[in-house]
Unconditional design. Structure first.
Length: 307
């Protein structure tokens, strides 16, 4: 397992030690290790002592409790990482950790519940559809609670629907959404410097039909991720303001990333990620850089503001 023995300093445990949780049982396990490397590189530069623990191991909690860390940095993505299950365990044990709490995490990862709530706040979202013979193709079929675009398909006709549904179902429950053909944008929101602030937007221009796993993490895919996004200033401010509203209304902590698609100058909320990737190619990392915030400074303030 990558980085499992990556430890700064010699003290094996104690109040100065940190734990980085990485790996986990979800389909995003590999991405989690990439995020962990970015975090660990920053901790090393900061001179912090840390140990990596993998929640895919049955005794992960016993390991963390034995270390008695001053804080746990969560570098996990997807189920049992971003869905509140792990956070609930840490809360019960009174362990300080990075990111949003269990309630917010469980709500945000559920695309249907999050969209319903956001819609009630007056923010536009794609329509949801029920499975049937009269879907208004094209539609998007995706897992209800997964990330990294695993199992997501744009379905353009009835023949392609069943295979797409079967693929999404590999990751649990599914959701069927209106397909919005427009400009893909994302907005990071952070509150580790004493105030909630929206980061510069990224415009995503995938050189394929879908901004899928390869487009996100494969440098050879040719996907363009432009930051700051070259869009109208009024639209930029609108999306940033709505992203902050969603972040505050949900009760997110420390950082999150809100995904949008714009059609005819109208931004549609797609989803919010409460533990977005922190890999070298991740969108929020590019946004931090565009805002003049180094990863070392960001990670340092994650430690200061963790609860």
């Amino acid at each position: 397992m990558p980085y499992m023995h990556l430890v700064a300093g010699s003290n094996p445990a104690g109040p100065t030690m940190l734990v980085v949780l990485a790996g986990g049982p979800s389909a995003e396990r590999e991405v989690s290790f990439w995020s962990a490397k970015t975090i660990c590189d920053s901790l090393t530069k900061l001179g912090e002592k840390f140990i990596i623990v993998d929640p895919a191991q049955t005794d992960w909690l016993q390991q963390v409790k034995a270390i008695k860390p001053r804080s746990v940095l969560i570098a996990l993505h997807g189920p049992f990482g971003e869905d509140g299950q792990l956070q609930k365990i840490l809360e019960k044990e009174g362990i300080v950790f990075s990111g949003s709490d269990s309630r917010v995490s469980a709500l945000a990862i559920n695309k249907e519940k999050a969209k319903k709530l956001v819609g009630e706040w007056g923010i536009v979202t794609p329509k949801n559809y029920r499975k049937g013979n009269h879907l208004p193709y094209p539609v998007v079929v995706k897992p209800l609670t997964n990330g990294s675009s695993f199992g997501v398909t744009i379905v353009r006709n009835r023949t392609a629907f069943s295979p797409a549904l079967a693929e999404a179902s590999k990751f649990g429950q599914t959701i069927i959404e209106e397909y919005i053909n427009g400009t893909e944008l994302t907005c990071g929101v952070i509150d580790v410097f004493g105030k909630i602030q929206a980061l510069p937007l990224v415009e995503i221009r995938p050189n394929r039909q879908l901004f899928d796993f390869a487009a996100k993490y494969d440098a050879e895919s040719g996907c363009q991720e432009i930051c700051p996004a070259p869009i109208d200033g009024v639209l930029t401010e609108n999306i940033q303001e709505q992203s902050i509203k969603i972040y505050k209304s949900l009760g997110c902590r420390q950082y999150a990333r809100v995904d949008w698609i714009v059609r005819n100058s109208t931004p549609y909320f797609l989803e919010i990620n409460t533990l977005p990737g922190l890999t070298k190619n991740s969108l929020i990392v590019k946004e931090l850089r565009a805002a003049g915030i180094t990863m070392e400074l960001f990670v340092e303030h994650l430690l200061v503001t963790a609860k």
